[in-house]
Design a protein around this ligand. Structure first.
Ligand SMILES: CC/C=C\C/C=C\C/C=C\C/C=C\CC/C=C/C(=O)SCCNC(=O)CCNC(=O)[C@H](O)C(C)(C)COP(=O)(O)OP(=O)(O)OC[C@H]1O[C@@H](n2cnc3c(N)ncnc32)[C@H](O)[C@@H]1OP(=O)(O)O
Ligand SMILES: Cc1cc2nc3c(=O)[nH]c(=O)nc-3n(C[C@H](O)[C@H](O)[C@H](O)COP(=O)(O)OP(=O)(O)OC[C@H]3O[C@@H](n4cnc5c(N)ncnc54)[C@H](O)[C@@H]3O)c2cc1C
Length: 710
């Protein structure tokens, strides 16, 4: 009966109804856990398997938390919001990868509604509410509502339009998304096909999808949740096409959520990975001559009059792309969060995990002590800090540019575009690769969903594509670099992050003075090498483009685009290194904090130098011997980081709930957690699997019969 009987009865039922039998069949460790109950679990949680690691830290972790978060206030608020989420059962997420798409989506709606309820009940500030949503940690329509719909109206709507629409959005009386990308075009915004044709007879725009490829495709929150969208379409009036503009369009009834007449919409289907980004309803949308009032065109930058006359305000057209610039800078800030989560898991687990080295019966070696593990992991730890600080700086730049734009000063628009596009591209590419590297650093267990790493990777990796494909964005940076190089001859001094190019005479011929490994600890030596490499790569590209005299400049750019990509990366890496060096030069309170950040800054810079040694050598910035010295110094820095590694990831201040990883647990008690987690899998709900009677038993019986006939 037990073995051959119903296989749908659950283990849980059996365990409680027949303890003797269940104990016999249940894995021994689980029996022990259950018999001792929560008291035993609590006692286990009090054991800190990483205590010895924490004791070796040579700096004040609490002060490092402040340096990471930006202020004592930021640590405090983040702490409070993280705990609020972690202690609320509605925000449970450990079962997420086992939910079907429909269950996952409903769970997302539930969490979003509950988060909103808590935000209102507790009267949370905007800062607190943003953090609460971050710690809920499940992509959903609210990200696009707050992250793109509201900013698009703020940035491109007139005062009047903001007055009308923002209060509705703030109170969730409407839910909005950002509908730009189409089936046929994403990167090429100017190639979008949806039309918005003005009809002066009725004072309306007619929104239409003329082709299959003009179907809106990808917008998050569109598929099932949004009632409204900011739709990007070609504005046509008086028979003329004025290019892409934004329009607020209602999609669904506010009574029963059904699509409005002429609107066809739905979800575009399952995406990469289990759980992961499948909580988001990325959607498809088609319009069949849908009419909207004229005042639903976002009219801050340009207007259409009652008579149908097109009027463009005296502002750069690129302001239309403002929402993307805003989100790109947020994505840079987000990169350090995703990367630090992965690194936190990999560092803690590497300190717990032991392999080899106990021939004489002594303890095995912690894998974190292997030099190869350190050389793969510590640069990622350093990158997490580097991205954090460059993200803070980018946020400052964005705020500064926004204030200048308000005052009709457009001089820094190009700088904002180059920095947001380039940093978005580099930080997301590195982070996506780093999460996968952290998975490998955790060996086999990293491949389990319960490690948290597969889901983190699957959620994160589309960041390399959305908000601008990374290659397309780097080519934008390259174009600006080429423009800057070409202006050098005319004596125009570059500004902002391009200012170093003004030292062209010096940087084109300078030779590094480094003569010992320690010399690479000098920030001036690092800065000079990175500046010379970036400038020489850009100038080489510019020369190669202009030398192809038979070609148009655009054709030369096209031909040289792989090299241009590398020049853009070099320029962006220089910005990251520079901002890290500037951060370390500041006053940083707390015992040993500055020293640790100094070490991480050097790790970051010398790791990039080592990894891209070819660039540095090919451009003649340093000699092979100096390259070898940099690598020698890097090894010494890893040894310096080693005793501080666990404390450096503790400084991220992540709760176990937010990390969502049995390998990254704060207490390092990894093995019981892994073991317990396995038994939660739906496959383990029955001892005999579904399908046994259909497929396994007949197979085995058939073979037994054959054997018995022999
Ligand atoms: C929702 C997020 C919430 C919170 C954020 C927090 C964290 C984020 C976490 C998760 C994100 C969650 C979900 C993701 C949602 C994703 C949304 C999307 O993907 S929306 C769609 C995004 N689409 C794109 O990014 C398209 C990319 N393409 C472009 O931007 C343009 O087509 C491109 C710049 C490539 C080309 O533009 P084009 O007009 O064709 O011109 P050209 O290259 O010739 O340039 C002309 C001129 O303009 C300058 N320029 C270009 N862009 C900008 C800009 N943005 N700002 C300023 N200036 C710009 C360019 O340099 C050139 O100048 P010159 O004439 O040479 O001087
Ligand atoms: C998870 C996710 C969420 C999204 N959310 C939204 C949303 O909310 N709203 C929205 O409007 N959109 C959204 N998007 C769409 C996203 O913005 C686009 O997918 C993105 O801009 C890339 O465009 P594409 O898909 O057209 O890529 P393509 O441009 O077709 O890229 C394909 C390949 O061509 C290469 N390529 C393209 N152009 C060039 C060039 N000029 N030079 C060299 N190589 C080139 C790219 O590097 C890439 O390798 C989302 C996408 C994803 C994946």
């Amino acid at each position: 009966m037990w073995r051959g009987g119903s296989n749908t009865r659950t283990c849980k039922r059996r365990f409680f109804s027949s303890p003797t039998r269940s104990r016999h069949h249940r894995p021994p460790y689980i029996c022990r856990l259950h018999s001792r109950g929560s008291q035993h679990l609590k006692a286990m949680a009090e054991v800190d398997h990483l205590a010895a690691e924490r004791a070796t830290a040579r700096f004040d972790v609490e002060e490092m938390k402040v340096a990471w978060a930006g202020s004592r206030h930021a640590v405090h608020v983040a702490d409070r919001m993280a705990r609020l989420v972690a202690s609320d059962p509605v925000f449970r997420k450990d079962n997420r990868t086992m939910l079907s798409r429909k269950e996952l989506f409903k769970d997302t709606l539930r969490k979003a509604a509950h988060a909103w309820k808590r935000i209102v009940e507790l009267r949370l500030t905007e800062e607190e509410a943003d953090l609460l949503r971050q710690y809920v940690d499940q992509p959903g329509y609210v990200d696009l509502h707050w992250g793109m719909f509201v900013p698009a109206i703020k940035g491109q709507g007139t005062e009047e339009q903001q007055h009308k629409w923002l209060p509705l959005a703030y109170k969730f009386q409407i839910i909005g998304c950002y509908a730009q990308t189409e089936l046929g075009h994403g990167s090429n915004v100017q190639g979008l096909e949806t039309t918005a044709t003005f009809d002066p007879k009725t004072d309306e725009f007619v929104i239409h999808s003329p082709t299959l490829t003009s179907s809106k495709w990808w917008p998050g929150g569109l598929g099932k949740a949004s009632t409204h969208a900011v739709v990007y379409a070609r504005l046509i009036t008086e028979g003329k096409d004025y290019g892409i503009h934004g329009f607020i369009v209602q999609l669904r009834s506010l009574e029963d959520h059904s699509p409005l007449p002429g609107v066809t919409l739905g979800d575009i289907g399952g995406k990469f990975g289990s759980g992961a980004y499948n909580s988001m309803d990325n959607g498809v949308l088609r319009f069949d001559h849908v009419r909207i009032p004229r005042d639903q065109m976002l009219m801050r930058l340009s207007q259409v009059t009652r008579e149908g006359k097109y009027v463009h305000s005296n502002v750069p057209k690129q302001l239309l792309y403002g929402t993307m610039v805003y989100v790109r800078q947020s994505i840079v800030a987000d990169a350090s969060k995703a990367l630090s989560r992965a690194v936190c898991i990999a560092v803690r687990y590497s300190a717990v995990r032991k392999q080899f080295g106990s021939q004489d019966g002594g303890p095995e070696t912690q894998v974190l002590n292997y030099k190869t593990q350190q050389s793969r992991l510590f640069p990622l730890l350093a990158s997490a800090y580097a991205f954090r600080f460059v993200g803070d700086w980018l946020n400052w730049l964005y705020t500064d540019v926004t204030q200048k734009l308000e005052a009709k000063d457009f001089s820094t628009l190009q700088e904002a575009h180059a920095c947001t596009a380039g940093l978005k591209a580099v930080t997301t590419s590195v982070t996506a690769d780093a999460i996968e590297e952290c998975r490998k650093l955790c060996g086999g267990h990293g491949y389990l969903n319960s490690s948290g790493l597969p889901e983190l990777f699957a959620v994160y990796v589309p960041a390399c594509t959305y908000e601008g494909d990374n290659v397309v964005l780097l080519l934008q940076v390259a174009r600006i670099l080429m423009k800057t190089v070409s202006q050098l001859a005319s004596g125009k001094q570059p500004v902002g992050t391009m200012a170093y190019m003004g030292k062209v005479q010096y940087l084109m011929q300078c030779k590094s003075a480094v003569s010992s490994a320690e010399d690479w600890l000098n920030p001036d030596a690092i800065q000079e090498a990175f500046e010379a490499r970036a400038l020489r790569m850009a100038v080489n590209c510019a020369q190669n483009i202009s030398q192809a005299a038979s070609q148009e400049e655009a054709a030369g750019f096209y031909e040289r685009s792989p090299d241009l990509l590398e020049a853009a990366v070099a320029h962006i890496q220089l910005i990251i290194v520079t901002k890290f060096i500037e951060k370390v030069h500041q006053e940083i309170p707390g015992h040993g904090v500055k020293e640790q950040l100094q070490a991480l800054c050097n790790v970051y810079a010398l790791y990039i130098l080592h990894k891209h040694l070819g660039d540095f050598l090919a451009t003649g910035c340093i000699t092979p011997r100096q390259g070898a010295l940099a690598n020698e110094q890097l090894g010494k820095l890893y040894a310096q980081v080693r005793p501080n590694a666990v404390a450096l990831v503790d400084a991220f201040n992540y709760t176990d709930h937010y990390l969502g990883s049995v390998l990254g647990r704060y207490d390092g008690d990894v093995y019981p957690a892994l073991y317990e987690e396995a038994w939660k899998d739906p496959l383990n709900e029955t001892v005999v699997p579904e399908g046994y009677h259909e497929y396994l038993r007949p197979l085995i019986k058939q073979q037994q019969l054959k054997l018995s006939r022999l």
